[in-house]
Design a protein around this ligand. Structure first.
Ligand code: AMP
Ligand code: GLY
Length: 442
């Protein structure tokens, strides 16, 4: 197997805040050679990376393959799940080029909830009891027979929108019809998973995996609801922090033993060398941690918190995982100190109908504040080179500090320094953790 080059040329795939955070972390590594982005229209990425000389189009992967050859790319880092599910890792892996991210078949862990359930069942991994359906009639019949609260999920990729946590039978009937009859999620909803509704706090656990070995990162907590106090509609995530006191050392050990290690082993038994991030979305139930879902990539916005707390050099870690050689990486002995808090600044109208175009001011002032980083998620330069809103989640403001409260205050001060019309943010990121510390755990 090939050794790590002295300087690693990287192609970073993806164009949001997660990728900007990865690019910024890689730029700080002495092991980075050239860094290319598929999304130079993101001003944050444009400032750090060279653009590829081809348009990014998953229907024309051969162009990316040729680009990797031309630019002598050693490592492709894939941020989002869709390119992995479409087979980008299969296509770009070559003798020279290693890909951080699993093959399409292994990416079914995220792209097919039905397949993931089957794998979990075969490996006795704790998760909600579930049944899989391929037609409305049998799904509706099943709902009629169940008394417990149910969750109805489109099996395929639905940008985090294909999950209905149902309050009663009627909601479950409606969810089944939305998927099979209205086809609200297209083919992603032609297979439907119906499972028991679990209770408890949610945490995200991340491991960098090289096929056999893994490095476990800090557990994070995301905040999916738009409004403070976890109210309002679901979003792609309004903020995250880490580490989280909601999961203690023994529970992390249990997650490693009962979830992460058996998942990688089960994937190997199926014939997959899983290389990339294994992200387990967990619910900490009274009966122990249970898997809600797997993802095959870093969380967004969790990644924005994690990149500064990796236990080694980021380029070395990702290259070693992509080449199946994690055991050769030097890791820090001590865990990262302090806390990190990421606040998402969202556009007016987000999540239903985000409005583009508002002019953004104050980013340089925010970036100059101590312990603060700002990542671009949905921004663009307009014709006059002004920074404007161009997506639902606009900017990610990350504060670091000795404590979670300090990290949050720093992120908030920077978030307040950034101005645009209709800006939405949550000021309570980390509230569950802070109430645990205050002894108010519910
Ligand atoms: P998923 O995409 O499967 O993680 O689901 C999205 C969200 O729905 C999760 O973050 C949970 O808040 C909720 N959810 C999913 N499955 C369950 C479940 N079995 N019980 C309770 N809530 C769930
Ligand atoms: N933070 C949730 C996700 O990336 O899916």
């Amino acid at each position: 197997m090939q050794r790590m080059p002295a300087k690693v040329n990287v192609l970073l795939v993806g164009g949001g805040g997660r990728e900007h955070a990865l690019a910024a972390a890689m730029k700080r590594s002495p092991r980075l050679g050239a860094l290319y982005t598929t999304h130079p229209d993101n001003p944050g990425l444009a400032a750090l990376c060279r653009p590829t000389d081809i348009p990014f189009d998953l229907k024309e992967m051969y162009r990316l393959e040729q680009f990797c050859g031309r630019a002598a790319i050693d490592l492709v880092v894939v941020g989002p799940e869709a390119p992995l599910a479409a087979g980008l890792a299969d296509r770009l892996t070559s003798e020279r080029t290693k890909v951080f991210g699993p093959t399409a078949e292994a990416a079914r862990l995220e792209s097919s909830k039905a397949w993931a359930k089957q794998l979990m069942r075969s490996a006795s991994i704790p998760t909600a009891e579930a049944r899989v359906f391929k037609d409305a009639e049998s799904a509706l019949t099943y709902v009629r027979t169940r008394d417990e609260a149910l969750v109805v999920k489109a099996s395929g990729l639905a940008s985090g929108k294909g999950v209905y946590v149902c309050e009663g039978k009627q909601e479950a009937f409606d969810a089944v019809r939305a998927m099979f009859v209205e086809r609200r999620f297209g083919d992603a909803g032609s297979e439907v998973v119906i499972e028991e509704r679990l209770q408890g706090p949610e945490v995200s656990v991340f491991a960098i995996v090289d096929g056999r070995n893994m490095v476990i990162l800090d557990a994070c907590q995301d905040h999916k609801r738009l409004l403070e106090g976890d109210a309002g509609p679901n979003t792609g995530g309004m903020g995250a922090y880490c580490p989280t006191p909601l999961i203690d050392g023994p529970t992390m050990q249990a997650v490693w033993r009962q979830v992460l290690a058996p998942t990688v082993d089960a994937l190997r038994r199926e014939g997959f060398e899983y290389r990339g991030v294994l992200y387990a979305g967990l619910m900490l139930t009274p009966g122990g941690p249970k898997v809600l879902e797997f993802n095959v990539r870093f969380g967004d916005p969790e990644c924005q918190c994690l990149v500064d707390r990796l236990p080694g050099d980021v380029v070395e870690l990702l290259f070693a995982a992509a080449s199946g050689r994690l055991e050769e990486v030097r890791l820090d002995d001590a865990p990262a100190a302090g806390s990190v808090c990421c606040i998402v600044l969202a556009a007016a109208g987000y999540p239903d109908a985000p409005q583009a175009g508002a002019v953004i001011e104050g980013v340089p002032e925010a970036e100059a504040m101590p312990g603060v980083r700002v990542y671009h998620a949905g921004t663009r330069r307009d014709g006059e080179r002004r920074l404007v809103v161009a997506g639902g989640r606009v900017l990610n403001v990350v504060g670091s500090g000795a404590t979670l409260e300090e990290a949050r205050q720093r992120a908030l001060a920077a978030a307040d320094a950034i101005r645009f019309a209709g800006k939405q943010l949550r000021r309570d990121i980390g509230h569950q953790a802070l109430s645990v510390k205050a002894g108010k755990r519910r």
